[in-house]
Design a protein around this ligand. Structure first.
Ligand code: PLP
Length: 368
């Protein structure tokens, strides 16, 4: 048993980050302003893309993108069967239909060999998820999307800094969506960012995040019904300061992940796979239990030993709302998503942990 509880996640907020927030609070300019603009510039500089739009959370980024595209009733959107429910919820919120595709058990990302069978004349968008910080096979997905004229909205909520063959997630499709929730590598508490290279979509997303406002001849005009999905300026300052050390944070996580790979020696635990053309950013270190192991018992064992764990993500078609609406036999139709949901375990991995912490966690996990 560990001497002290190690939670599953804990954000690394420095005194300098806090000072940036305090400065904005003292300025009196609390809502979206120069710090949000500076954060958007940091994102476009980092990704070498045209536009970045900051919003209030990661779910809002995808909701706005689907609305900006005019997706709605009668349209189909391809979604991996294993992800956080937000990926599918946004499809439901615009009135479109989710078409689920299974994931593969090595990467927990959408199984690209199963996508084409899910395409119909109604398919408008595909939302690949870069699950746990690893890019889905975007090169293969873009080929399929181009062949069938489908728009790609990348759910990169967990994968800031992830790449395939040197190209960043969020820059392959028309949109790249990021979350800045505290379980991500950098955080504004709640927060999100959406990337696009389309000037038309940039304008539309900015309008939609702010009640549909447009400046016409120096006057505020409301040209459509939008939302308040704005980010506050102190959140912008908080996360922009972390953005400046993102590569250092990710490098530290790589070192800690390598310790897990060296120390975990239990045949009942399948370790994640990192394909040679990609880097893993380790938003979550997600292992898979052997079939005969019971996930709840494993989580209870970890907790008893002072280790915070959790299951990794949901098999979405098995969740009550989706089960009721789509009536799919999730276990039979999406066996890998179901297995990941029922046998996946997320272990602690974040910047504040030491190599010794990881060794201690691995030693307990080896007893499972
Ligand atoms: C894959 C995925 N998509 C979307 C989201 C939604 O992001 P947010 O919580 O910022 O709305 C999350 C959040 O964890 C996620 O993991």
């Amino acid at each position: 048993m560990l001497d002290k509880f190690i939670p599953l996640a804990s954000p690394d907020i420095t005194d300098e980050d806090i000072a940036c927030v305090v400065k904005v609070l003292k300025s009196g300019m609390l809502v979206q302003g120069e710090n949000v603009l500076a954060l958007e510039k940091s994102f476009t500089d980092y990704h070498k893309n045209e536009h970045a739009i900051a919003v209030s959370n990661g779910t809002a980024t995808m909701h706005l993108a689907l609305i900006a595209l005019g997706i709605g009733l009668g349209d189909e959107v391809i979604v991996p069967a294993f992800s956080y429910v937000a990926t599918a919820n946004v499809v439901e919120l615009v009135g479109a239909t989710c078409v689920f595709v299974d994931v593969d058990l090595d990467t927990f990302t959408i199984d690209v060999t199963k996508i084409e069978a899910a395409v119909t004349s109604k398919t408008k968008v595909i939302i690949p998820v870069h699950e746990f910080g690893l890019a889905a096979d975007m090169e293969a997905i873009m080929k399929i999307a181009e062949k069938h004229n489908i728009i790609v909205l990348e759910d990169s909520a967990c994968a800031l800094g992830a790449k395939q063959n040197g190209k960043s997630t969020g820059t392959f499709g028309m949109f790249g969506s990021f979350s800045l929730h505290p379980r991500k590598s950098i955080t504004s508490g709640e927060g999100g960012m959406i990337l696009t290279n389309s000037t038309e979509m940039d304008k539309k997303l900015r309008q939609l995040r702010n009640h549909g406002v447009e400046m016409i001849d120096g006057n505020m005009e409301f040209v459509e019904a939008g939302f308040n999905y704005r980010m506050t300026d102190f959140q912008g300052a908080l996360v922009n300061n972390q953005m400046q050390r993102l590569d250092v944070t990710l490098a530290k996580k790589q070192i800690l992940a390598a310790v897990y790979f060296n120390e975990l020696k239990n045949n009942a635990l399948k370790l994640p796979t990192v394909p040679a053309d990609r880097n893993h950013t380790w938003q979550t270190f997600h292992i898979l239990l052997a079939e005969e192991k019971n996930q709840k018992e494993v989580l209870a064992f970890l907790k008893k030993n002072n280790i915070g764990g959790n299951y990794g993500a949901q098999c979405i078609p098995a969740m009550k709302y989706y089960k009721t609406k789509y009536n799919l036999d999730a276990k039979q139709k999406f066996p890998n998503a179901y297995m990941s949901y029922t046998h996946g375990i997320a272990l602690p991995l974040y910047e504040k942990l030491t190599e010794e912490n990881i060794k201690q966690i691995a030693a307990i996990a080896n007893l499972l």
